[in-house]
Design a protein around this ligand. Structure first.
Ligand SMILES: NC(=O)c1ccc[n+]([C@@H]2O[C@H](COP(=O)([O-])OP(=O)(O)OC[C@H]3O[C@@H](n4cnc5c(N)ncnc54)[C@H](OP(=O)(O)O)[C@@H]3O)[C@@H](O)[C@H]2O)c1
Length: 206
């Protein structure tokens, strides 16, 4: 699959490596342009290409955004139309500035910024080092590290859950975008190192 990744830092760079290792074609973008990614894509190997955010959005079937929440308005809205967009971003006011979410969850707010985009929230509650190291396709789902997935579009959620499974994690259905406040910074489930089984138990009682 062609997977676009907008944001080439801790999370975006880690996902580029993992998806490429699974045989996906990765289109990697940042804010400074493809030239600034030359060394990084050379190190990541032939499955990864440096592009602009617009190209990543246009050419990929699934796009991950891993950029600071305060910069989400810079995403290429028109090029993302109709695409599945995985949002890994978390809102930290001290980093991102004061943003009025209007009472919405962070993922709902993101979806409102991007009408016509199939927004899925995932990868936001796992530290990038754990993301790099903890995937293990050899383990049963119940024993793997959990990654929560929320979306309003069941088809998009299924596609992203399959990708998470391929990386050796347990995709755990966290419900819809309005309910995804349960997985935001400060919530009890945020950044918890849980297995698939533990995550489902925690969800049932949260
Ligand atoms: N670090 C973690 O373990 C972790 C875990 C889960 C979720 N998150 C969330 O994921 C997001 C990214 O975190 P990170 O730690 O990966 O950040 P990071 O290492 O600082 O990387 C941010 C990346 O976003 C790019 N970027 C910024 N604005 C952009 C724009 N308008 N268009 C394209 N690219 C843009 C930057 O490119 P330039 O360098 O060219 O500006 C950089 O490659 C944050 O919202 C964070 O809260 C982080």
């Amino acid at each position: 699959m062609n997977i676009g990744i907008i944001g080439s830092g801790h999370i975006g760079g880690t996902l580029a490596r993992l998806f490429s290792a699974r045989g996906h074609a990765v289109l990697l973008a940042n804010s400074r342009g493809p030239e600034s990614l030359r060394e990084m894509v050379a190190e990541l190997g032939p499955g990864v290409r440096a592009v602009t955010p617009q190209e990543a959005a246009r050419e990929a079937e699934v796009v991950v955004e891993a950029i600071p929440f305060g910069r989400l308005t810079e995403l290429p809205r028109e090029d993302l139309s109709g695409k599945i967009l995985v949002t890994a971003a978390n809102y930290y006011p001290e980093r991102d500035g004061e943003i009025d979410l209007g009472g919405l969850s962070e993922a709902e707010y993101t979806a409102r910024l991007l009408p016509g985009v199939r927004v899925v929230k995932a990868f936001n509650t796992i530290w990038f080092r754990h993301l790099a190291e903890q995937g293990d396709p050899g383990k049963p789902q119940s024993e793997r590290r959990a990654i929560f997935v929320e979306a309003d579009d069941p088809g998009a959620k299924a596609v992203v859950s399959h990708l998470i499974d391929e990386l050796g994690f347990a995709p755990v259905d966290g419900g819809d975008l309005p309910g995804s406040t349960r997985f935001q910074p400060g919530s009890p489930l945020y950044n918890r190192d849980l297995t698939g089984r533990e995550a489902r138990e925690a969800l049932a009682t949260s």
